[in-house]
Design a protein around this ligand. Sequence first.
Ligand code: FMN
Ligand code: SF4
Ligand code: SF4
Length: 256
Amino acid sequence: MVIYFSGTGNSRATALELAERLKTGVTELTGSLLTSPAEHPLLCDGDEPIVWVFPVYSWGIPPVVVNFIRNCRIEGAEKSVHHMTITCGDDAGMTASQWRRLMASRSWKAGSATSVIMPNTYVLMKGFDTDPEALRDKKLEEAPAMTARAAERIAEGKTDDMIVRGKFPRFKSRIIYPWFKRYAMSPKPFHALDSCISCGLCAHRCPMDNINMEDGRPKWGDACALCLRCYHICPAHAVAYGKATDGKGQYLYPSK
Ligand SMILES: Cc1cc2nc3c(=O)[nH]c(=O)nc-3n(C[C@H](O)[C@H](O)[C@H](O)COP(=O)(O)O)c2cc1C
Ligand code: SF4
Ligand code: SF4
């Protein structure tokens, strides 16, 4: 079983590819499954692996995924070997260690951890933007081979890490990740610009059901995963995050 969370489609595409290669089912973490995991038990055939797929957020696991892993009920999970395939724009720091600690806290068996480099989606700070077209296309071209490698590693029952950790991985994951969670994940700066055409797509597609349309304008609540789907999916490029998104690009995994 492949269990995935995805904001802009990179991890979704990776999860679907893994499921096809491993000939297994796929479950998306979205809506009430994500917001109240304990109330929605999942069933897993203990003979097959459980593969966790999600994006890297500030060199760690997205807090909504951490919450899911801590609180979910998966029947048969203790008999399965768990694997992790993460997608990231550049590097993942110590995300694999964090995942292995989480697996241990549930007394689940941890197998392989593999990273797949994909186009970048983070645009909320100075200096961070979507990739230039040529780099985006290169990453999209090279990603399937990395996903195929991840599938092979899972099928072979590997238990090691094949992760692009990048420079200063400990500093990024142990110092910046907790800082980011505390100070840089607020949805408060989200707002719609005058160019909003009131299509409602941002509200309709938010995986946390965190956006309501009021008088034809989106209003953001407090339960945000910071996945940036609302920003990247807007057909009018009308979602802004304070002034941090001024002049920034948009990206969604290309639909086939
Ligand atoms: C809040 C946030 C934080 C991110 N932090 C990192 C990071 O630390 N390292 C990195 O390489 N990419 C980072 N990214 C980029 C994503 O991990 C990457 O683009 C991923 O493939 C997006 O997956 P998705 O399309 O399934 O949401 C971040 C993206 C977001 C939205
Ligand atoms: S997706 Fe964009 S245009 Fe549509 S309602 Fe949301 S902000 Fe407005
Ligand atoms: S409000 Fe936007 S960034 Fe937050 S969870 Fe919903 S789609 Fe993702």
